[in-house]
Ligand binder design. Structure first.
Ligand SMILES: Nc1ncnc2c1ncn2[C@@H]1O[C@H](COP(=O)(O)OP(=O)(O)OP(=O)(O)O)[C@@H](O)[C@H]1O
Ligand SMILES: [Mg+2]
Length: 87
């Protein structure tokens, strides 16, 4: 089995597993549900607080959700160009 770095192995795959960022998660969920996703996002903060994690979840959720549809509790798999699920 190939090695996977711990930060990738334990990276939350959905908003429900992001800790301590309730306001941000609520805001992004509302934007997805309202189909009002911004054309760019700038994530700022201390190292290791979830910027990349939230960006990846936002990308995944905004791809798999159709406009106006509620955000599912469990994320759907998202295939990248390689055909494999995105980390
Ligand atoms: N708010 C959080 N909730 C759950 N896990 C988190 C959170 N923040 C960070 N982690 C975990 O810590 C690891 C690093 O998170 P991430 O890469 O998103 O941080 P970052 O803010 O992008 O860091 P950097 O500034 O170094 O780029 C990941 O494995 C992630 O699972
Ligand atoms: Mg990062």
């Amino acid at each position: 089995m190939s090695y996977m770095a711990l930060y990738r192995k334990f990276r939350p795959q959905g908003f429900q597993d992001v800790k301590g960022q309730e306001a941000l998660v609520r805001t992004l969920k509302n934007q997805i549900q309202a189909d009002r996703i911004g054309h760019a996002y700038l994530f700022c903060g201390t190292r290791g607080t979830g910027k990349t994690t939230v960006a990846k979840i936002l990308r995944r959720q905004s791809i798999v959700n159709t406009p106006g549809k509620a955000v599912p509790a469990e994320p759907a798999p998202c295939a990248g160009r390689s055909g494999k699920a995105a980390p």
